[in-house]
Every structure is written in C-alpha cells, then in structure tokens.
Design a protein around this ligand. Structure first.
Ligand code: HGY
Ligand code: MN
Ligand code: MN
Length: 419
C-alpha cells in the first residue's frame, strides 16, 4: 500500500484554484471555460502537473493531459481526472477535488518508487459544466465523437460568442481536431474522484462511495413568443402572455417527473430569461432550459416526449409561437464491473468502508464510458449541498478518496488486462 495522501498538498491545490474567480464580489466561485480566470487556473494546473514529473499536453478542444510515464510507454494509459470549470457561484470542490486529487495520487505513486507498466494520465476535461455554452461535458463529448469542430461554431454563450471563436482566439484551432477523438482501446481504464453532491454517504457515515452507474442529462432549450403589451391597459382576455404559459409548462414538467416516484427521474428548470424583463410590460418572449435526468434511457425518452407534446399544446391553446430543441440527449452508463472490482478490492485492502451507489449528477466519466472502462469514487458532501458556495467536503475526506484512488491507479497500471 502507498503512503497516505498529503493533506497540505490537497488543501493548497484547492485553495489556490478557488482564487481564480471571475466574480470575487459574489459568493462562491465562478470560473467558466476560457474566461481569464479559467485560463489562469489552467496554467496553474499545468505547472502543478510539471512539478509532479508529468509531461503536459492539450488537445484541440482544450482538454489538458498530464502523464506520468510508465515502464511501457506504448501501453494504453490509465486515466483519472475531472474538471476545473464551475457553475455560477459554485463551491470549491465540484470537479476540483478530482483534479487536485488525481495529481496528488500521481505524486504519491512517483514518490513511492513503485514501478508501473502503464502511463498514468491526469485529464482536465474542458467545460464539464453547461454554464457558458449551454451543453455539458464539452471536452469529453468531443473525445466520444459527439461534438465536431463545425458544431463548436453553433454553440454560443449569452454574449453571442461561439465556442469556435474562443478556440480560435486561444490558438486551439491550430491543433488537429481529429486527434481529440478517443476510441475503445486507447485508454485501459478510467477512475474519476468526485464529491457526491448528495447526502447519502454523510447519512450512512461511510467515507467512500463507489459509483455503479451515472444518470444522463437531456437539455431542452425552449423559446415562447407572444405579444409584448402594456401591463395596465391590456385586458386579461386580450393577452398572449408567455410567462404564465411557461409557468404552466414548468408545473407540468414537475408533475410528470414526480409521477415516476423514484430518486433518479428528475426534471429542473433553473435558467429562465424573460424579454424585456420589465415589471409593467407583458413579456413578448421567454427562454428557458429544461434539464431532465435519469438512469433509465426509456424513462428519460418518455418524459422528454411528453413534455415536448405539452409545450405544443400550451402554445396552441394560447396562440403562442413555440420553438424548442432537444440538445445533449445523453445515454446513462453503468460503471465497468471489473474496474469497480479493483476499487472494491482497494477499499478492502485499505480497510476503508464503502457504499455502492448511483450518481444523480452527470460527470465526464459518463462520456468516457463510451470509449473506456470507467468507474468513479465519491467522497461525502456536507448536508448534500453542491452547486452552491456552501458546498463542503473536508480535506481528510478528500484525502481518504485520494488514498483509494492512488492505490487503485497503481494496481490498474500494472494489470495486463482487466479480465
Ligand atoms: O449538472 C451536473 O450534473 C454536473 O454537475 N454538471
Ligand atoms: Mn457540477
Ligand atoms: Mn462535477
């Protein structure tokens, strides 16, 4: 077994990353893809990788790779990684714990002098959060072959800037976009360390979660157009008001999701934009994003179909123009049983209790599963809070996850095959 993770390295890494914040006047941390602050965070992580004896590369979509050489440079690498971009007013652990944790795991392995055949690569996936460009897992999505360079020209942020123009501005378009694509066999196995973002581990008093499957998202971007009118002089029977129409759709979405009565079928509308957004004007346009998750592909498809039908019914009844696009319609994925088995063995060898569980949140590992055997390690989230400044996991809890990660990566890096 390896010496334990260095808590100071983990604390320093997380605290340094938290300083790269585009909205320091607000609570929490906001750091979206290719913002000045995220670019500074990228540089910090690349320096940290180099200090840890890794060779550092970036690909044409902005994924960062730090590789610890193994004895067999031609062997398919073992991966571990996560993301450093955040939601708005985020905490300091979602994604970052997995990146700092993976770098610390590599430092532990290198310092131990233990031999490993396979290279071990830490991956910082570009833009796991949909915050800036409206779709999540941009870097891992491109690796899985679901985001072409052409499609990056159609992804825009709220300021009308396209992902492609950002890639061009930062020089990524000079790199070979075809080389982003990963195929089965390119990666031996992938293990992501992540905070749980729910209260299960804390309630059970168990320090480690082993993820058996990851729920997948479907995003539906909806625009309703009605008639912008004066709020005072327009009688109720003369209105084509998009706001109550959206409210009707959002309530129906909640009703449909609740009707399945299970933990993993969930639906949310967290982003709404009303135009012109004035208290004494009947809004002429409303845009909102529907976020549906499930571990069952069939249920997610059924819920998506039903709410899209409902949007059309409401628009017809209220004489509104409705446009919607079903984007990011991902497939749920189960973890690879053999990688999971290595994680279980590692926990047992370290005598660390663990709990097998599903992830309601999605992660880059969801897309990695399309080309590599993957599994995930969870560490507890205080009160289950995440995507909020109050998000908290203790350094000791993260260090426990890093101990499991480091020993599992070393074991995987010395396996000829997973069978
Ligand atoms: O939304 C999610 O599940 C992830 O945190 N992006
Ligand atoms: Mn997140
Ligand atoms: Mn995350």
């Amino acid at each position: 077994m390896l010496p334990q993770a260095d808590k100071n390295n983990i604390r320093t890494g997380l605290q340094t990353l938290a300083q790269f914040d585009s909205a320091p006047e607000q609570a929490g941390t906001t750091r979206v893809l290719f913002s000045d602050e995220e670019n500074k965070a990228r540089s910090y992580i690349k320096d940290l990788m180099q200090q840890t004896g890794m060779t550092v590369q970036e690909d044409a979509i902005g994924n960062i790779f730090g590789t610890l050489a193994g004895n067999d440079p031609d062997a398919a690498p073992v991966w571990s990684g996560s993301h450093i971009d955040t939601v708005i007013n985020a905490g300091m652990y979602d994604g970052m714990a997995g990146v700092i944790g993976a770098i610390e795991a590599c430092r532990m392995i290198r310092a131990s002098g233990e031999a490993h055949q396979r290279p071990i690569t830490v991956v910082v996936f570009a833009s796991e959060e949909p915050t800036r460009f409206g779709t999540g897992c941009i870097g891992s999505r491109a690796m899985a072959g679901h985001l072409s360079l052409e499609q990056t020209k159609e992804l825009y942020d709220d300021n009308g800037i396209s992902l492609y123009s950002e890639l061009e501005r930062l020089g990524y378009t000079k790199l070979d976009y075809d080389a982003v694509r990963k195929h089965k066999g390119d990666v031996f196995a992938s293990v992501e360390l992540h905070i749980e973002q729910a209260p299960v581990l804390e309630q059970l008093g168990i320090p480690i979660g082993l993820v058996t499957g990851i729920c997948a998202p479907t995003y539906i971007h909806v625009t309703l157009k009605g008639e912008q009118k004066h709020a005072g002089s327009t009688p109720m029977n003369a209105r084509h008001d998009v706001v109550p129409a959206a409210a009707d759709i959002i309530l129906q979405l909640e009703h449909l999701a609740r009707s399945y009565g299970n933990t993993h079928t969930v639906a949310t509308v967290g982003k709404i934009q009303v135009f012109p957004n004035a208290s004494n004007v009947i809004a002429g346009e409303i845009r909102f994003t529907i976020d549906i998750r499930d571990i069952s592909k069939e249920t997610k498809q059924e819920l998506t179909k039903n709410i899209c039908n409902y949007i059309q019914v409401v628009a017809k009844l209220r004489h509104l123009d409705a446009k919607y696009s079903v984007d990011t319609d991902d497939l749920p994925h189960m973890s690879d049983p053999k990688v999971l088995h290595v994680l279980e063995d590692t926990c047992q060898s370290l005598q660390i209790p663990y709990h097998k569980m599903t992830s309601g949140a999605y992660h880059d590992s969801l897309l990695v599963a399309e080309f590599a055997p993957m599994a995930m390690i969870f560490v507890p989230s205080k009160d289950g809070i995440s995507h909020d400044p109050a998000e908290y996991t203790s350094i000791a809890e993260i260090a426990c996850g890093v101990d499991v990660l480091a020993n599992a990566l070393l074991h995987l890096a010395n396996m000829q095959s997973l069978n």
